[in-house]
Design a binder for this molecule. Structure first.
Ligand SMILES: Nc1ncnc2c1ncn2[C@@H]1O[C@H](COP(=O)(O)OP(=O)(O)O)[C@@H](O)[C@H]1O
Ligand SMILES: [Mg+2]
Length: 238
């Protein structure tokens, strides 16, 4: 059984799309899959509860499909920084509370078990007014599983990628791989940017899991459309 925490260089880097494609690919290879979004900010009412599109997509590609809340224990309404969204609902977030909320989801034994972060690596869970500031990185460190880094290709992405990767290494994380994801249709000198990133990551012994092309207007719930993303990826080893 393989477990990974999926982080990204930023919000909208492609964490959800890549996670869904990895789950889809694994299932096509006969593996059981489970996707978890511990905290989601940005929900709408569906079936009488607040649901988030990322979590719905991860659930869609989970062969071990459970009730919605098992795939997304903390669903916050506003699509803003999670700690602010929580405060707006008079809720507070902490690492220990999130670990408790995720306990049943973390106990699920899938061949491929993916946990998607929110935003980038250092997104806050709280503002520190009750003690030390805690971030989603602190949560991922407690999970103590390898990390997959999704790099959303755009101007500035090299800096974001290196900052994130350096922080992952400084936090003692095993980085199972990185993905170059073409979030823009026509990024200037994309190939040169990817070439630089390939060299930097390979010098740090971090494998590239693939280069995902831009897929304009993709509907990731359509598995045939997601095939194009899955085809560009290799499953992490180990
Ligand atoms: N390679 C790509 N081609 C086209 N659209 C993409 C690509 N990667 C991501 N997107 C789109 O960009 C948006 C943000 O991607 P998403 O996976 O939700 O990012 P994150 O989870 O990091 O916030 C989504 O609408 C997604 O479909
Ligand atoms: Mg997402």
């Amino acid at each position: 059984m393989a477990r990974y925490f999926v982080t990204g260089t930023d919000t909208d880097a492609g964490k959800t799309l890549v996670s869904a494609a990895l789950l889809h690919k694994a299932h096509q290879q006969g593996l059981s899959t489970f996707g978890l979004k511990p905290v989601a900010a940005g929900c709408e009412q569906r079936s009488g509860e607040w649901q988030n599109d990322d979590a719905r997509l991860l659930r869609h590609y989970s062969s071990l499909q459970h009730a919605y809340h098992v795939h997304n224990p903390v669903a916050l309404q506003a699509a803003i920084a999670p700690h602010i969204a929580a405060a707006q609902e008079q809720r507070s977030l902490s690492v220990s509370q999130l670990l408790n909320a995720c306990q049943p989801s973390l106990e699920i034994n899938a061949d491929l078990h993916l946990t998607e972060g929110a935003g980038g690596w250092l997104v806050p869970l709280n503002d520190g007014s009750q003690g030390d500031i805690e971030t989603l990185a602190d949560f991922a460190i407690r999970l103590d599983i390898p990390v997959i880094l999704v790099v959303g290709l755009k101007l500035g992405a090299i800096n974001h990628a290196l900052l994130t990767a350096q922080m992952l290494l400084a936090h003692g994380r095993q980085v199972a791989g990185w993905v170059a994801n073409a979030i823009q249709p026509d990024m200037q000198v994309q190939a040169e940017n990817v070439q630089f990133l390939r060299r930097w990551f390979s010098q740090n012994n971090i494998p590239c899991l693939g280069e995902v092309p831009h897929c304009a207007g993709i509907d990731a719930f359509d598995s045939q459309q997601l095939d194009a993303v899955a085809a560009a990826l290799t499953l992490p080893e180990g």
